[in-house]
Write a protein that binds this ligand. Structure first.
Ligand code: FAD
Length: 523
């Protein structure tokens, strides 16, 4: 059996790439180990309570409708629909006070001003200064293969926006926040968002992440019908041009002949040949160490793949509830708009909690609860039976609990109970409203999606040596492997993880160029 190309894994990045290749008339096959494609785009039904649908991986999809592939692949025509609730994020304090992020900048600034007029001014200044940086540099940069670091720096030094980006990125996110903002809750809130993108707040070179956050017009969005609906729309785009996705089928070996990747052998022993390419959306250890014969990979590539690291702070613990009524927060008494907040953050009171959370992760201990989540059914009743609700909370917890990830299997249910107790302190009605609940640990994530090694949902740390042209490692930053015909298209490549589709989109540009395909969509 032979195809023009074979993709390994069928998460959203691989599906985006596959859809673009189909547009060019290529015949492709994706091999996916799970029973369903989509990877981190999944919506599952509570088996004990039919009709309650839960998004057990990604839920908050940032600015998806602004992504070029979302428009070009006509995903709305194929059933994807997004909401961007106006009260996008609410940080709820124990005393009932609420810090708010709105899609309307003026409302966010007013909320900041209630805590600190000086911080509201800083917010406005950095937003104004960084909108052009985002529009002219950072946004376009994420949508194309990265420039080599030296060339990038030389270019940035030529413009005012570029120099501002270099100056702010010289700081760590923590140093930037402490220098520019004074209120401990605002400091904590900003660093929390930085943490959601899994950037180590202590790491110099990443200070620009904070003003980018302040300048971004695209906020968190949710997919109507659940995140799995985006996977369905992508699948339809793939299928329309004849692309095939084979589930419950995993590659055992990438076949190399005369210095070219020519196909794969599956676990069932089938050999499938590819005329032009193999594109792996898996992590570097899987691609270069597990799936390739040692003799087919040079020693320095093997070494670099082995040293690819994962985020200490990325692993998530999730608690998912099927409910008779939505969580009603005590703070709604003074902030009725809280009932319509997309993301609610609980337990974050002060900047000083961050070092404690980092220390707990380093020691494999559970820190005091800081959690965030949503009640999807407030916006999209289709995710539960009529009049009923689903809600979830996530917490960053260490992968190696007390030194060993396997400890999660014994500790999971008890921790879910602790989380529910902490949540009830803000929303007491949860005591009676819970019809069913289940928890998922970072070990469960890794079992389900082994590319998310150590439960790292971004599939690789954002540290020096693993960003831009150096992601996943120097020499592999242009989506090309070391042999002809081998490509990388997953979150271990630029610009990294989360549901952005951009690693797949950028890899499509490289493949179009290498195969001489005509496409008017590439930037
Ligand atoms: C609990 C949780 C919450 C999250 N929340 C958010 C969020 O709110 N917003 C957001 O933007 N992101 C979120 N993420 C992160 C997001 O889901 C990922 O960054 C994203 O899915 C990565 O996309 P991908 O296509 O690169 O990889 P994936 O989505 O992981 O897809 C990779 C595919 O490869 C398959 N695969 C793995 N190994 C093999 C193999 N050996 N052979 C064949 N197939 C294989 C997997 O089964 C999977 O289908 C969350 C993740 C988790 C786990």
């Amino acid at each position: 059996m032979s195809y023009d190309g074979i993709l390994l894994g069928a998460g959203h990045n691989a599906l985006v790439l596959q859809a673009y290749l189909g547009k060019a008339g290529l015949r492709t096959l994706s091999l996916e180990r799970n029973a369903a494609p989509g990877g981190g785009l999944v919506t599952t039904e509570d088996p004990r309570h039919p009709g309650f649908r839960h998004n057990t991986h990604s839920f908050f999809h940032r600015a998806i409708t602004q992504m070029p592939w979302y428009r070009e692949l006509q995903l709305e025509r194929r059933g994807a629909r997004y909401l961007e609730p106006e009260l996008n994020v609410a940080l709820v304090q124990r005393d009932g006070n609420v810090l708010e992020w709105w899609t309307d900048f003026e409302k966010t600034a007013a909320s900041f001003a209630r805590f600190s007029p000086k911080d509201a001014r800083a917010l406005r200044r950095w937003r104004d200064d960084f909108v052009p940086v985002l529009e002219r540099i950072v946004g376009p940069e994420s949508r194309r293969p990265p420039l080599p670091a030296a060339q990038r720096r030389a270019l940035l030094e030529k413009s005012r926006e570029g120099r501002l980006l270099l100056e702010t990125s010289a700081l760590s996110p923590e140093a930037f926040v402490l220098r520019e903002f004074e209120h401990p809750l605002i400091q904590a809130g900003l660093l929390f968002f930085n943490g959601l993108r899994e950037v180590d707040l202590r790491c110099e070179g990443f200070g620009h992440h904070i003003p980018i956050l302040l300048a971004a017009s695209g906020k968190a969005q949710m997919c109507i019908g659940g995140s799995g609906q985006l996977a369905q729309a992508l699948l339809e785009a793939v299928g329309e041009t004849g692309g095939e996705v084979r589930c419950r089928s995993a590659p055992r070996r990438i076949l190399v002949e005369n210095g070219k990747a020519i196909g794969v052998e599956t676990h069932e022993g089938e050999r499938i040949l590819a005329r032009h390419f193999i594109a792996s959306s898996l992590n570097p250890q899987q691609t270069f160490l597990e799936l390739m014969d040692p003799g087919d990979v040079p020693a320095d590539w093997r070494g670099k793949a082995a040293r690819f690291t994962y985020n200490l702070l990325a692993p998530l613990f999730g608690l998912y509830l099927s409910l008779s009524e939505r969580p009603m927060y005590q703070a709604e008494e003074n902030f009725p708009q809280l009932s319509k907040a997309l993301m609610v953050i609980l337990g974050l009171e002060r900047y000083g909690q961050f070092p404690e959370i980092v220390q707990a992760h380093e020691k494999g201990e559970i820190p005091a609860p800081v959690m965030w989540g949503s009640t999807p059914t407030v916006f999209d009743p289709s995710q539960a039976p009529p009049g009923r609700h689903t809600a979830f909370m996530w917490e960053k917890l260490p992968y190696r609990l007390r030194g060993d990830a396997q400890n999660w299997d014994g500790a999971k249910d008890a921790h879910g109970s602790d989380m529910l107790a902490a949540w009830r302190r803000y929303a007491p009605n949860l005591g009676d409203a819970v019809l069913d609940r289940f928890s998922r640990s970072a070990l469960d994530t890794e079992r389900n999606l082994p590319n998310m090694r150590e439960g790292d949902l971004l599939v690789g740390a954002f540290t020096h040596g693993q960003v831009g042209d150096d992601r996943p490692f120097p020499g592999a930053g242009q989506y090309r492997g070391h042999v002809k015909g081998l490509y990388l298209c997953g979150s271990s490549s630029h610009p990294g993880g989360n549901v952005t589709g951009l690693p797949g989109y950028n890899c499509a540009q490289v493949l179009y160029a290498d195969l001489g395909l005509a496409g008017d969509w590439a930037p």
